[in-house]
Structures are given as structure tokens and as C-alpha cells.
Design a binder for this molecule. Structure first.
Ligand code: KG4
Ligand code: ZN
Length: 335
């Protein structure tokens, strides 16, 4: 069979990204232009600024992805693009660009759910991985525990009832005046702290598969306020380590529990928070204890990228999904 070349585009938040893939799982190029330095000044992503930066970057990023892959425009067989969830203005930049290219090249356009993209990063990182398995998607906007029954066939086992896990990292880091995005900074600091120094609450919510992070976030904020009121020094590394320990305890134990209760041998991690070294270590340990194999992508495929979108788009295409020029951005798209 002839190789299928996918050009993928991702612009749902603050990364403008393009990738070229061969047969869905082989990445020929993966270009990511991040706007973090711009949004840092504001302590979070400013949607209007993000859209404008996507407009400035997208042409350059796509061209670079094509050049680095060593292909010609005419080699592209399909275009995959994120159409939700995300910031509507940001999504529209990538989507309009993808539509224009698909129309000009006369190739199929395949809209991809960003969350499905995240979990698909594992197909790229682990060539032998096939469904079924359980996956934990943990990012700045989402925290989902999902049963992957087949390619494109999902059942949501649990989700967050309030903040996403990455959001909790970012908000706690902000309260500690550490900077944005908070996840990587807390991860780094946690390595120097004692995870047992402060007893923060773990939300097992009656041991179902749903998550809640607002309780621990409030507990950390109360702790910080009390310290500030008493004019006591805040043990920053210990707070980071104890917070991370509490959050990752819940994430790792629920993911492994879901896999073993559902009778699956594999659990995968994805999304920005899947880069967290504490979470990786813990889920591996819990997995070993329960005889569940744990897989996660390298950090470059955890945070937003277009390679994962191309992979998810490829499997959608194989299942006959093609979108028309009327495809619109869906900011609150569900998996
Ligand atoms: O997947 P992603 O790049 O974007 C979304 O789709 O949301 O995830 C970004 C999130 C941010 O909240 C960031 O703080 C978090 O992932 N993150 C981390 C780490 N690296 C990124 N959280 C904890 N530990 C990390 N090492
Ligand atoms: Zn994401």
C-alpha cells in the first residue's frame, strides 16, 4: 500500500504547531512554536494575544514542518487539524489555514479532538501499543480517565469535577509567586523538598473514578495565608513536594485501579502534566504492584504538539471520517 502522508496543525491554546507524519505513527517533523514567554507576563494565556500570535506564526511553522520532513506540498495526502476543545479564536486560525490548504491541494480534511490527540501521542511513542487500554489524560484544561476500547472508541470512566490537574499546578504556583506555567516549576522544586512535610488532603471522592482538585488547592492557599499572617518563612520546596505528592497519589492510584478493575494490562498517561516526574515515578510503582504496564510519551509529545493530532487524524481517516469546508471550531468539544 502507498504511504499516507499527513500534515497536522494544532493551535488550540498557546502553541502554534505543525507536523508531518507517515502512516500516522512515524513522525517526519514536529515543529512547535510556543508563546509561553509572551503570556508569562500576564500570569496565564491571554486569548486575544494567542490568536494574533497564531496568525503571525502559522505560515512559518507549517512551511518549516514541510521542509524538515523533506517532502513537497504535493506529497501531502490529508490534513488533520484540531477543531476543539480550546480557545475559539486560537482554534479558528489553525482551522481556517487547514481548510484553505485542503481546498487548494484537493486532499481530505480531518478535524481532530484535542483530547483524543493527547492520548494518541502514546501510539507514536510506543509502536507496539494497540487498544484496548486505560488512559489518563492530564493537561492544563483536562483531567480524564478513559477506557480506549478501539481506535476512536472511548468510554469516559472519570473526569475532574472542578479544576484540571494542570490548572491546580498553575494556580498553586501562582499563589506561591513562582511564575507561569507552574507545573514544571513545582516539579523542579519538589525534587528538593520533603513530600511528607505537610499533610495536604487527597480527594479520593468515595473511590470512584472522578477527580477533584479544588480542595487541595484551597488547603495550600490556606497554608500559605497562615504562614504569611504569622510572618513565617514559607518552606517553598516542601510545599511544592507535598502538594505534588498529594495530587500524584490520587492521579496514579485511580489510573492503575481503573486498569486493574477493568481487566486491562496497560495504562497510558498523556497531556502536559504527564511530564511530571513525580507522577511518572508513582504510576510506575503502583503499576508494578498491580501488574499493570505503564506507558507515557516523552515530554515533547506530552505538551501540545501537532504530531499527536496527525496520529489521531490518521485513525479517524482510516475509519472513514472526512470533514467538509463547513467544519467549525467547537471550544467545548467533548471526547
Ligand atoms: O497539554 P498541555 O500542554 O496544554 C493543554 O492542553 O492544557 O498542558 C499544559 C499544562 C500546564 O498546566 C502545565 O503547568 C502542565 O501542563 N505541566 C506540568 C508539567 N509540565 C507541564 N505539570 C506538572 N509537572 C510538569 N512537569
Ligand atoms: Zn493540550
Amino acid at each position: 500500500m502507498k504511504d499516507l502522508i499527513t500534515l497536522a496543525i494544532e493551535s488550540s491554546c498557546d502553541e502554534t504547531a505543525a507536523s508531518v507524519l507517515k502512516n500516522g505513527r512515524e513522525v517526519l517533523s514536529n515543529i512547535i512554536s510556543t508563546q509561553i514567554d509572551i503570556h508569562k507576563k500576564f500570569g496565564g494565556v491571554v486569548p486575544e494575544v494567542a490568536s494574533r500570535k497564531h496568525v503571525e506564526n502559522i505560515d512559518i511553522v507549517v512551511q518549516q514542518a514541510i521542509d524538515e520532513a523533506g517532502i513537497e506540498m504535493n506529497d501531502i495526502d490529508m490534513i488533520a487539524v484540531t477543531y476543539g476543545p480550546g480557545l475559539v479564536g486560537a482554534l479558528l486560525v489553525g482551522l481556517s489555514y487547514a481548510k484553505a490548504m485542503a481546498y487548494a491541494l484537493d486532499v481530505p480534511l480531518v478535524g481532530v479532538n484535542h483530547i483524543e490527540g493527547h492520548l494518541s501521542a502514546n501510539y507514536i511513542a510506543h509502536k507496539e501499543l494497540e487498544p484496548p487500554f486505560v488512559t489518563l489524560i492530564v493537561s492544563g484544561g483536562h483531567t480524564h480517565l478513559v477506557e480506549v476500547k478501539d481506535y476512536g472508541e472511548y468510554e469516559i470512566l472519570g473526569r475532574t469535577r472542578d479544576d484540571a490537574s494542570g490548572e491546580a499546578f498553575d494556580k498553586v504556583a501562582r499563589a506561591m509567586e513562582l511564575g507561569y506555567p507552574g507545573g514544571p516549576i513545582i516539579d523542579r522544586l519538589a525534587k528538593e523538598g520533603d513530600p511528607k512535610a505537610i499533610e495536604f488532603p487527597r480527594a479520593y471522592i468515595d473511590d470512584g473514578y472522578d477527580f477533584s482538585f479544588s480542595g487541595i488547592k484551597s488547603a495550600v492557599l490556606n497554608y500559605l495565608n497562615a504562614k504569611r499572617m504569622k510572618k513565617e518563612e514559607i518552606p517553598v520546596a516542601d510545599v511544592a513536594a507535598s502538594f505534588q505528592d498529594a495530587v500524584t497519589d490520587v492521579l496514579a492510584s485511580k489510573a492503575v485501579k481503573a486498569a486493574s478493575e477493568k481487566g486491562y494490562k496497560t495504562v497510558t498517561l498523556s497531556g502536559g502534566v504527564a511530564s511530571n516526574s513525580g507522577l511518572r515515578e508513582k504510576i510506575q510503582k503502583f503499576g508494578e504492584e498491580k501488574g499493570v504496564d505503564v506507558k507515557f510519551p516523552p515530554p515533547v509529545l506530552c505538551t501540545d504538539n501537532a504530531a499527536m493530532i496527525g496520529c489521531a487524524g490518521y485513525y479517524r481517516y482510516l475509519k472513514g471520517r472526512v470533514d467538509g469546508m463547513d467544519l467549525n471550531a467547537v471550544p467545548n468539544l467533548q471526547i
